[in-house]
Ligand binder design. Structure first.
Ligand code: ASP
Length: 546
């Protein structure tokens, strides 16, 4: 029999116990998939969570305020990050993180001011600016059926400021993108947004690099060395990812040539189909057991691999599930390509070229973690340049700009636009820190005919160009200076500067993984009358049962 207790009695130490509570429904919230009930008695309030696996879920759907409830269940601590935020913010770590964030922003403002940049605010309610995500929309009361979009970035507006003659713009800008969340992504975030007129790519890179050097000096009293530069092609060939963690080596190698004659079906299939066999060294990996390698193979599968072939260079010789197909020569060739020694393991990923590199790149980070090569106190910045103009969108399979459609193609690549657009490169650069993309930028198109041409390449009809970007193309017609710029994620910069693993730790009031603010209970339903004023009617599945 579960213990009967009051609604004010549970403590963290009770986690795991089965208890019975009785009381009145103080409040019920339906969080899409989970139902939360605050159950009240004279001693206090306890939050009860119903998930759909729960037999009582269906009944919980019909609960109303002040219903009487008796319920048994297991006591659980709130999952990390859903505690009440004001208590969380009192911790010295959060106090210090938010202070560092403030210092970073102040240093950035000082730096850009000293270089003649003006901070200019741009509106929050605008027309859609494509940055590859979904827009958040705001219905207009005065214009029935019309919506503002919240900015995914101030991109077109800062370009218009260049056309307007401001020359050098910066802004600590809020951006909103409705996309799936991760530890380094929130639905709203803060960018250092920068734009310069009459600039070269080199000037943008120099400006942003100096800004980072200034911030690190002011805030962390650290002198950063010059940032290494890699082309996108080299970043992939050496590290498998376009945001390489440069704190450690372990470079990948294309080891397909070592298996040119191999009869091993996994390699044969990949090579015959024009794919690749990509190798990665695991320092000290020969100490792993077969079971450890099986577990590592599972991780490779989560990264998208079909499988992983391992070769262990242990003291009692070579071990590998593919040993039948290996000989001294090809093992020696792979070892040489990866600079491997006795005691290491070699990990091989075979398949379609881009996928094999991507999986090997993710595994490289995993091995970096396991070998303690990713010291959070070290800061390894890098520039990645010369991106392809288009990349295939993972979800839709359709080519889309790797950056955004305002980016200028590489000089000399314009003639590829009709023949072979996927080969076109862009004047697009990313700044990377410790394996995170801090931000992207580009030299922009400043001629209206060229801007139209890019929209056409992306499949927009003249009507769509007019409807979505007419104002912008017309602005370009009024004499636009050559210009370029960049934006860097302040949240990520602060996260890395503070040695945190999630941007939630450097944002005072972040959203949770489902995009909710649990403290304020947002988003939440609004009174019917407000919706009527906004000319909005909810679809039946969106209506609250209350
Ligand atoms: N608007 C771009 C972004 O948000 C940055 C830029 O191109 O300046 O990524």
């Amino acid at each position: 029999m579960p213990d009967k207790i009051s609604c004010g009695a549970l403590r963290a130490g009770d986690a795991g116990k089965t208890v019975e509570l009785a009381g009145w429904v103080n409040r019920r919230r339906d969080h899409g998939g989970l139902i939360f009930v605050d159950l009240r008695d004279r001693e206090g309030v306890t939050q009860v969570v119903f998930d759909p696996q729960n037999a009582a879920f269906a009944e919980a759907e019909h609960l109303r305020n002040e219903d009487v409830l008796r319920i048994a269940g297991t006591v659980r601590r709130r999952p990390g990050g859903t505690e009440y935020r004001y208590l969380d913010l009192r911790r010295s770590r959060m106090q210090s993180n938010l202070r560092v964030r403030h210092q970073i922003i102040k240093a950035l403002r000082d730096f850009f001011d000293s270089r003649g940049f003006l901070e200019i605010e741009t509106p929050m309610m605008i027309k859609s600016t494509p940055e590859g995500a979904r827009d958040y929309l705001v219905p207009s009361r005065l214009h029935p059926g019309a919506f503002y979009a919240l900015p995914q970035s101030p991109q077109m507006l800062k370009q218009i400021l260049m056309i307007s003659g401001f020359g050098r713009y910066m802004q600590i800008a809020r951006c909103m993108r409705d996309e799936d969340l991760r530890a380094d992504r929130q639905p709203e975030f803060t960018q250092l947004d920068v734009e310069l007129a009459f600039c070269t790519q080199e000037e943008v890179l120099e400006t942003m690099e100096s800004a980072m050097r200034y911030v690190w000096k002011q805030v962390m009293e650290t002198d950063l060395p010059p940032f290494p530069r890699l082309s996108h092609h080299d970043a992939i060939a050496r590290y498998g990812l376009d945001k390489p963690d440069m704190r450690f080596g372990l470079e990948l190698a294309d080891v397909g040539a070592a298996f040119a004659q191999s009869e091993f079906a996994v390699f044969r299939g990949a090579l015959d189909a024009g794919g690749a066999v990509v190798g990665l060294r695991y320092p000290g990996g020969a100490a792993l057991s077969r079971r450890d390698f099986d577990a590592l193979t599972e991780i490779a599968k989560q990264f998208g691999a079909k499988g992983m072939v391992w070769i262990s260079l242990g003291p009692d010789g070579i071990k590998s599930p593919a040993s039948k197909f290996l000989n001294d020569e090809n093992v020696a060739a792979v070892s040489a390509a990866l600079d491997a020694e006795n005691g290491d393991a070699l990990l091989l990923f075979a398949g379609e070229r881009a996928l094999a590199y991507a999986v090997a790149g993710k595994m490289r980070n995993e091995i970096g973690d396991r070998c303690d090569l990713r010291d959070p106190q070290r800061f390894a910045f890098a520039w990645v340049t010369d991106f392809p103009y288009l990349e295939i969108d993972e979800e839709t399979g359709v080519p889309a700009p790797a950056h955004h459609p305002f980016t200028a193609p590489a000089p000399g690549d314009w003639d590829l636009i009709d023949r072979s657009p996927l080969e076109m490169r862009a004047q697009h650069y990313d700044l990377v820190l410790n394996g995170y993309e801090l931000g992207s930028g580009s030299i922009r198109i400043h001629k209206p005919a060229e801007q139209r041409k890019i929209f056409e390449m992306l499949g927009l009809t003249p009507e769509q160009i007019e409807e979505r970007f007419g104002f912008f193309v017309r602005a370009l017609e009024y004499g636009a200076p050559p210009h370029g710029g960049m934006a860097l994620g302040i949240d990520r910069i602060a996260m890395l500067a503070c040695g945190e693993a999630s941007i939630r730790e450097v944002i005072a009031f972040p959203k949770n993984q489902l995009g909710r603010d649990l403290m304020m209970d947002a988003p939440s339903a609004v009174p019917e009358q407000l919706l009527r004023d906004l000319h909005v009617r909810l679809a039946p599945e969106a209506r609250s049962p209350e």
